[in-house]
Design a binder for this molecule. Structure first.
Ligand code: HEM
Length: 509
């Protein structure tokens, strides 16, 4: 009796699974988009058990070699298509309707809620408009002061290990510096992560990002209903850390709103201004101040709205720039001629005093360094995967991508394709000299993505990366010490073996 019941249930399950996947399977087959062997119900769930942040990128590279520019994966009933086909990039990124992020990003929802990164439709349009003034050059001018001040702290922290022999994992230093910069530019408060890495907010933020990115590859933590049951301790830690962050941000918002309200009462209130054009004064406003004065459909943003955007700004700006700076410094340490060219440019544009502050216009003049950063982001794109959810069938050339599929664009492999970049694995910043970028096919180099949901923080990112790299190279000679990186996917590109270099103080003349 029991056996018959089990067999009956299994048959029902198989039929249900077959029916829910049938259309998508047929569309993939018609379009000749294949992938690793998938079994009923579990799909590729068994292979996914061995998928880890540290082997994901390489495994996907193998699948591209095996199955061509597109391959599909099934995780239970969810279908994923990975692609390095520029026609698919174009169809998705140029669309004004395909804005919903792929299923992969759902793990960030607890943290980012309806903030810019994950929102769509009218909400996204109005939020993007509200956030945009924070990236005006007047605001960026002020942000560069914050970047400069924090980069000086990092350079001092590095002094204790700059003995020419010790191998240093840059992520540890850069990520705290980047956190100090993003929190101060977002909220106007200095969380002092570099001097106090154990402060509750810093630890909570790092823990939330770590747990959420791990959920992506953990079968048992993947589903919201299963997560609290399968990993109750991790779940409780996540809830606690989210609360710590929320309390901190809400307190800052309340305090700054109170100051703003008081200024309206005592008549000192000045409406949103991006600095004084005549005197050339800086705006001195954090994102939070801009959002406190913004309104959507004539209504001010609520504390929750503002918290969401502040969290997005910190999440999107912290680890991405950390990845960019760490990979750049490591790769420069392995190319002495490149390092020498950068140093000469720094001397000529910024002068011989390594402590003299940088400004936005000086940073914009660092043209060779810009090529080095572009070339670094080609080989080590901080965001190696960009994902969208496709609700309906999407026709691209002679292929149809089935609706109800998450499409994962992999710039990481496009940027290493010899079709677009001859000798793709060779680090050659000169590729970018004299505007060579313009001769590339439109979607062949998009580290900041493209289209309506592209990165709003691109200019901020370049300024932050240039500030840090220039500060480190003005003070230290970079040495090729430590293990090679292993590409690791934690929403951004990191390395399970670290991003290692050695440092030797430069002799000042
Ligand atoms: C090297 C550094 C960075 C890289 C490579 C990068 C790359 C990206 C990419 C690929 C996206 C996704 C676009 C898409 O889904 O199509 C994105 C979105 C975004 N980035 Fe960046 N980013 C960087 C730094 C920053 C910084 C410093 C900030 C803010 C301070 C920032 C703020 C954002 C925001 C708010 C979004 C969401 C935009 C929207 O959905 O409308 N990013 N970024």
């Amino acid at each position: 009796m029991l056996v018959s019941l089990i067999i009956g249930a299994l048959i029902l399950l198989l039929v249900w699974d077959f029916r829910r996947k049938r259309c998508r399977v047929a569309t993939f087959e018609r379009s000749k988009i294949s992938g690793p062997l998938s079994i009923p119900i579990l799909g590729n769930g068994v292979q996914a058990l061995t998928l880890k942040p540290e082997n994901m990128i390489k495994r996907f590279g193998k699948y591209f070699n095996q199955y061509g520019n597109n391959f599909r994966i099934w995780i239970l009933g969810e279908s994923y298509m990975y692609t390095k086909d520029l026609k698919v990039f174009e169809a998705i990124l140029s669309s004004s309707t395909l804005l919903k992020k792929a299923e992969l990003y759902r793990y960030m929802r607890d943290f980012l809620n309806d903030g810019l990164l994950l929102s769509t439709g009218r909400k996204w349009i109005s939020r993007r408009k509200a956030v945009t003034p924070a990236f005006h050059y007047k605001c960026l001018e002020y942000f560069v002061d914050i970047m400069d001040r924090n980069s000086r702290i990092m350079v001092e922290k590095l002094r204790t290990v700059a003995d020419g022999k010790t191998s240093i994992d840059l992520f540890k230093y850069v990520s705290l510096e980047a956190l100090d910069v993003t929190t101060e530019t977002a909220m106007g408060v200095h969380v002092n992560a570099q001097n106090d890495p154990n402060c509750a907010y810093t630890k909570a933020l790092k823990s939330v990002v770590y747990i959420e990115s791990n959920r992506m590859v953990s079968v048992f933590q993947r589903f919201d209903w299963l997560f609290p049951l399968a990993a109750p301790l991790v779940y409780r830690r996540l809830q606690r850390d989210l609360r710590i962050m929320q309390d901190f941000t809400d307190k800052v918002i309340r305090e700054r709103r109170a100051i703003l309200d008081q200024s309206k009462v005592d008549g000192t209130y000045r409406p949103l201004s991006l600095g004084d054009e005549e005197t050339g004064s800086k705006s001195k406003m954090a994102l939070l101040d801009i959002l406190l004065q913004a309104s959507i459909e004539n209504k001010p943003l609520s504390d929750k709205d503002i918290r969401e955007e502040v969290n997005v700004f910190i999440f999107a700006g912290d680890d991405t720039t950390t990845s960019g700076v760490s990979h750049a410094l490591r790769v420069i340490s392995r190319h002495p001629k490149v390092q020498q060219c950068i140093y000469e440019e720094l001397l000529s544009v910024l002068g011989p005093d390594p402590n003299s502050p940088v400004t936005q216009s000086l940073l914009l003049d660092l043209k060779y360094l810009e090529c080095v950063i572009k070339e670094t982001m080609r080989l080590y794109p901080p965001v190696p995967i960009v994902g969208r959810y496709i609700p309906e069938d999407l026709r691209v050339g002679d292929k149809t991508i089935p609706g109800d599929t998450s499409v994962l664009l992999m710039p990481y492999y496009v940027f290493r394709d010899p079709k677009y970049f001859p000798d793709p694995l060779v680090f050659r910043p000169e590729r970018w000299l004299n505007g060579k970028e313009a001769s590339l096919p439109t979607y062949a180099y998009i580290p900041f993505s493209s289209g309506p949901k592209n990165c709003i923080g691109k200019k901020f990112a370049y300024l932050q990366i240039k500030t840090l790299i220039s500060k480190v190279i003005r003070h230290y000679e970079l040495l090729p010490l430590g293990a090679d990186p292993n590409p690791t996917y934690t929403f951004i590109l990191s390395s399970s073996t670290g991003c290692n270099i050695g440092l030797r103080p430069r002799k000042t003349t």
